[in-house]
Write a protein that binds this ligand. Structure first.
Ligand code: ZN
Length: 277
């Protein structure tokens, strides 16, 4: 029997004992009624407090189970993408939303090898109104240096998960199309996997200038943000992708990476044709 059930049974026994004892006293009827009313009010208050505590405990337990599941899935994605050379040398980061109001999410800690992530490699942060964030739990680990970007992406989009990779193809494509400031494509079948209903619509991936100051980079993301956007590139840096689930963010990262590889092949063949002819 759980501790709470024991408490409840003891309480019921106490109430019965009190009512029996009260009925056997020689107190006038109006005083007995008054005592019963006071007791009833106190008991109701106690049960309400206990019910609220139980509901809160249940909510926290369910939330922790959800966090554990997300962490397990991010560990698996980290390993998969590390093996593809997209997260080498502790680069990149992954995060997943816990709640939007207040804004709370878990993110890989700074300096973690994404090929060997463990549960303790994640840090929980809460967004603050002043544009910053705080670590919610007592830990010696620091959240990823790019946590501020994750925060603004969660604020501006319906993202539930964000993946940031440093693949060489993403860096190269950002450089190839830097003059246009955007990488676009349309009419490709992969767009269905990216959430496009019609592949004739243009997929637009803005290319931001890399900045050491994360606040400036976050402001640039905000100024370039478009509602249909699913990702952005940072010149000389990498790619940020988000999704309404971990599997969606993973799928979009893979498909965009495919388009980067394809674009590089296409550019190479264009250059080859130009010089061989
Ligand atoms: Zn980065």
């Amino acid at each position: 029997m759980q501790r709470n059930q024991i408490k409840q049974r003891l309480l019921v026994i106490t109430i019965l004992y009190f009512l029996i004892a009260l009925s056997e006293t020689n107190l006038p009827a109006n005083q007995k009624l008054r005592c019963t009313n006071i007791f009833e009010t106190k008991i109701k208050g106690y049960f309400n407090t206990m019910a609220k505590a139980l509901l809160e405990r249940k909510r926290m337990k369910e939330e922790q189970m959800l966090i554990n599941k997300k962490v397990t899935d991010m560990i698996a994605i980290g390993k998969t993408f590390y093996d593809k050379n997209w997260l080498l040398g502790t680069s990149g980061n992954l995060s997943s939303l816990i709640s939007r109001d207040p804004l709370r999410f878990i993110i890989t800690a700074s300096g973690m090898d994404k090929g060997t992530l463990i549960k303790d490699a994640f840090v929980e942060v809460i967004g603050e109104n002043n544009g910053s964030y705080q670590v919610t739990k007592n830990t010696s680990k620091k959240p990823s240096g790019e946590t501020l970007l994750h925060k603004v992406i969660y604020q501006y989009t319906d993202a539930e998960t964000i993946i940031h990779i440093h693949s060489s193809e993403a860096v190269f494509v950002a450089e190839l199309f830097a003059n246009k400031g955007i990488f676009t494509f349309q009419g490709y079948e992969v767009q269905k996997g990216l959430g496009f209903k019609n592949i004739c619509e243009e997929c637009r991936i803005p290319i931001l200038e890399n900045k050491e100051n994360l606040h400036e980079l976050a402001n640039e993301f905000i100024s370039r943000w478009e509602p249909s956007q699913i990702a952005f590139l940072i010149k000389n840096h990498g790619l940020f992708v988000w999704g309404r689930s971990l599997s969606e963010a993973k799928r979009c990262t893979e498909l965009l990476q495919h388009m980067f590889e394809y674009s590089i092949l296409k550019k190479n063949s264009e250059v080859k044709d130009k010089y061989e002819f």
